[in-house]
Design a protein around this ligand. Structure first.
Ligand code: PLP
Length: 452
């Protein structure tokens, strides 16, 4: 019996799942007791679960289904590529059309002279690649002692040992002895939670200057790179004050530090440009991409590097690679995804239609008694929940709990939002319409009402 074709009863699937499936980022015993929600199909921005409920996916899966669910073109391209050449590697002086064509397309789309792509299966692998890449770069330039990578607290760069070390998530570091040596963290530009009496711009500059202080403390000759998400995503959609990125860019330039922009979430239209670096005026030497590259239809990621970085790395054999680097099916799906995005003007839709509409409607949530800050950029947004707007107090006693309750209610109300600490966040598929945004915001308001 083919279980995939015979839609079994929900309880049977939940039982199999509870007995055998270890979920990521989940207390599995707790989940097993209540049973996982079974998602069976999706179209556009709408999920359907095994009980027939329709749920608005305010998170685009995991920030990845940028062109929305159910695009037949991607299924057709994947099937065609599987028939033609389902797999071949790109290790030993071979290539294939999808990998070469996708690398060339990314070179066209990426800003500046980011013209060279090293492929991976996702964002974590790509960030692991970056650790080795920047250290090799400096070694080949005759500065092997430049090895330290500076990152930020509350950053998320993935779950492999290297990427989780780059990340600044304390609960992740507490498991498995992270971070690895040579990775240090500075503060995040979260004005709402940490800005105190400073204006957002004063705070943005102060947080950026922590980078300069850290470089001075370590010695410029030891620092290889600074890595950051243009907008911290999994950390709670922390949109930095305007002063932040120009100051970071100045510091990286002044101290000969490579700048890695982790665009795994902010890439491919999320902030209203192809890349968040364009929205925030960042000139990275390396960009991490994944997720929206294929709209999540196939696992693929990569590091896009500048001409200069590629030229230096090219002097040696980079002893590094993944079986699925440039996987032909994933690369073909990504190419088709990018073609659709361009043909349908999806980035322009975010910049000119959906992003401004969300900004207007999302800001209304700040009127709700439970909501402090309500901010968005493009199609990513967050609210900070607070019992006292004046003091910007967090829900100290129940830190996390309110968000959790809120998320549970949200699902029942037909809206996927995610909670991070005291924040509720959204990042819907980029094809969302203004009417669907209205539905999203109205449901979010109701969820906050029910959480009170
Ligand atoms: N970098 C950022 C900014 C992310 O948000 C994520 C995943 O959420 C990653 C890296 C890791 O990507 P992946 O889960 O594809 O390994």
């Amino acid at each position: 019996m083919n279980i995939l074709l015979n839609q079994p009863p929900t309880a049977d699937i939940q039982a199999l799942d509870a007995a055998h499936h270890m979920h990521p980022f989940t207390a599995n015993a707790e989940l097993a007791a209540k049973g996982a929600r079974v998602i069976t199909r999706a179209r556009g921005v709408w999920l359907t679960d095994s009980d027939g409920n329709r749920i608005l996916d305010g998170m685009a899966g995991l920030w990845c289904v940028n062109i929305g669910y159910g695009r037949e073109e991607l299924a057709e391209v994947a099937a065609r590529q599987m028939r033609e050449l389902p797999y071949y590697n790109t290790f030993f002086q071979t290539t294939h059309v999808p990998a070469a064509a996708l690398a060339a397309r990314l070179a066209e789309l990426a800003p500046g002279d980011l013209n060279h792509v090293f492929f991976a299966s996702g964002g974590s692998e790509a960030n692991d690649t970056n650790i080795r890449l920047v250290r090799l770069y400096w070694a080949l330039k005759g500065k092997p002692e430049k090895t330290v990578i500076i990152s930020r607290r509350n950053a998320y760069h993935g779950s492999t040992v290297g990427a989780a070390s780059l990340g600044g998530m304390a609960p992740m570091h507490a498991q498995g002895g992270l971070p690895i040596p040579g990775v240090v963290h500075i503060g995040q530009p979260d004005w709402w939670s940490e800005g105190g009496d400073m204006t957002p711009d004063e705070f943005g500059r102060a947080r950026a200057r922590e980078l300069e202080e850290k470089i001075a403390e370590l010695g410029e000759d030891r620092v290889a790179a600074f890595i950051a998400e243009p907008v911290q995503g999994a950390g709670g959609v922390i949109i930095p004050p305007e002063s932040y990125w120009p100051e970071i860019q100045r510091i990286c330039d002044a101290h000969d530090i490579l700048l890695i922009a982790d665009e795994v979430i902010t890439g491919f239209g999320r902030t209203g440009n192809w890349f968040g670096s364009q929205t925030f005026g960042i000139r990275p030497d390396i960009m991490t991409v994944a997720k929206g590259l294929s709209s999540g239809y196939a696992p693929i990621g990569g590091s896009i590097v500048s001409d200069e970085v590629a030229e230096v790395i090219g002097q040696a054999e980079f002893v590094h690679g993944y079986t699925y680097s440039g996987h032909p099916v994933a690369a073909a799906v990504a190419l088709e995804n990018l073609r659709i995005m361009e043909e349908e003007g999806i980035v322009e839709h975010v910049r000119e239609v959906a992003g401004p509409h969300l900004a207007r409607r999302w800001a209304e949530l700040a009127e709700h008694p439970l909501v402090g800050e309500a901010k968005s950029v493009g199609l990513m947004a967050s609210v900070a929940l607070t019992p006292d707007k004046a003091s910007r107090a967090p829900f100290a006693a129940e830190k996390g709990t309110v968000g959790y309750i809120c998320r549970e209610i949200s699902f029942a109300e037909g809206l996927v939002m995610r909670h991070v600490g005291d924040r509720m966040i959204i990042a819907p598929p980029l094809v969302i319409t203004p009417d669907e945004i209205d539905t999203l915001v109205e449901r979010a308001w109701r969820v906050f009402d029910l959480t009170l």
